[in-house]
Design a protein around this ligand. Sequence first.
Ligand code: AMP
Ligand code: MG
Length: 308
Amino acid sequence: MKDGQVPARDERAERIAGFIAPLRVEPGSKVDLSRDFDPAHKAGIGSKREGQELLRGGVLLLADLQRRLAAQGTHGVLLCLQALDAGGKDGTIRHVMSGVNPQGVRVTNFKVPSAEELSHDYLWRYTCGLPRRGEIGIFNRSHYEEVLVVRVHPELLARQRLPGRGTGKKAFWRRRYQEINDWERYLTDNGFSVVKLFLNLSREEQRVRFLKRIDVPERNWKFSAADARERTYWDAYQAAFSEMLSATSTAWAPWYVVPADRKWFARTCAAAVLANALIDIGPSYPDVGADARHELELARKQLEGEAP
Ligand code: AMP
Ligand code: MG
């Protein structure tokens, strides 16, 4: 293998692809979260220590792939993270990206939309956060909130001041899924891979994590009464997630449902899915060509001639 090149599919790449395959939502399949995915699953990894070892390897691999992505400068990656409160989005970003050059990453958090954002079409603010070629963009919450929280709370949809009749009806949501799929298709056609992770937390584990946020003073800031209120909409969210996963897992941008009850396992999965997307791109350091190499040689001679 030539120095500076990643093989398109080596043994490690096959292992990663095999590891994440069961997490993938088959395009066209009908998902029922409560039946199809177990939040406590850990895919044959025996211990936390073994999982952490895998994650460390994943972090190193990501750092290498990201350097190549940046050097090649033709493709970008958009990682979308969705989860219910306390699902582990922040920790996943902190750990998975811990080895990557911060210059090559752009993280955007999406909260309740501002008046400025509401005065545009609903995808506008997400477009503003897209990565450049050579970058990994991370959406901490994403355009999917537009078919999740906005679906569960119709008053949020009313604030969007949409024209026409039928807003909020079944056909309206079908159209929104279609618009999202089309937008992601457009991005992939333009060289931007869209990687989508749903951190799937159980109701019991959310309760435990909320209690920890209440009990541990350093974590108090992470909890609000609104979080407890959202929890009462658990079933509505599960239904919205199930329908969204069914409608928007596409061949060009499939969803991965990551078991999230064990933080270390979720982070290992997230690193693996992201690495898999980068390996698919197969970025390599550009070959500068004969002319540039000739110039490098001239520069070398000049620099060596200056030696004291
Ligand atoms: P957090 O991620 O805990 O900082 O909370 C962000 C809050 O913003 C959550 O309560 C989300 O439900 C809310 N949010 C995110 N996106 C939207 C959106 N498009 N419309 C309304 N609320 C949103
Ligand atoms: Mg929160």
